[in-house]
Design a binder for this molecule. Structure first.
Ligand SMILES: CC(C)(COP(=O)(O)OP(=O)(O)OC[C@H]1O[C@@H](n2cnc3c(N)ncnc32)[C@H](O)[C@@H]1OP(=O)(O)O)[C@@H](O)C(=O)NCCC(=O)NCCS
Length: 143
């Protein structure tokens, strides 16, 4: 199930973040700020486990004007379609003109993921991550 983030998800989100972006994870305060900035477009993917616990497997944060801020899925739950389901929520924004995301040049897995969903590489942002370039990828809805 995909639903809006709530503050009780924070510990689970921080675990996903640290395992997904070990070089530069967002911290607790950044997620709290992003939640107040994007209350309706900070979404989590959850599943109810056999013992009925609510597990958070992934998240996406996007700006409705058409920019992905971040997306990540817990490593143990990848390649099951969760990332795709989360990204499709952003792709379904009404009247969207374009959707853009920056990806580390070294993050080939994410580049293939976005390409698989119809994104194209449109440019490079030099040293966007300090010592590493970002590849700018874009998806344009078929009108
Ligand atoms: C990128 C990420 C969110 C994808 O999540 P996911 O749930 O594994 O993705 P999905 O299962 O929905 O993948 C859909 C398709 O994308 C492609 N894909 C996804 N991850 C891939 C990888 N690492 N390598 C190659 N192709 C990949 C595949 O074609 C996949 O379909 P398939 O499994 O049927 O072959 C996840 O790998 C992740 O959290 N990465 C670390 C954080 C990150 O890099 N985020 C993006 C920052 S811009």
């Amino acid at each position: 199930m995909i639903r809006p983030f709530s503050l009780s998800d924070l510990d689970a989100i921080l675990k996903i973040e640290q395992e997904s972006f070990p070089k530069s994870p967002y911290d607790r305060m950044t997620f709290i700020e992003l939640h107040s900035f994007c209350p309706e477009t900070f979404l989590v993917y959850t599943e109810t486990s056999a013992d009925q616990r609510n597990q958070v497997w992934g998240y996406i944060i996007f700006i409705p004007e058409g920019r992905i801020i971040s997306i990540a899925v817990l490593p143990s739950q990848r390649r099951k379609g969760i990332g795709k389901e989360l990204l499709q929520k952003a792709m379904e924004i009404p009247d969207l003109k374009r959707l853009q995301v920056e990806v580390r040049r070294s993050n080939l897995g994410a580049q293939v993921f976005y390409s698989h969903l119809g994104f194209e590489k449109i440019g490079i942002s030099k040293n966007y991550y300090g010592n590493e370039d970002a590849i700018i990828m874009q998806w344009i809805p078929i009108s």
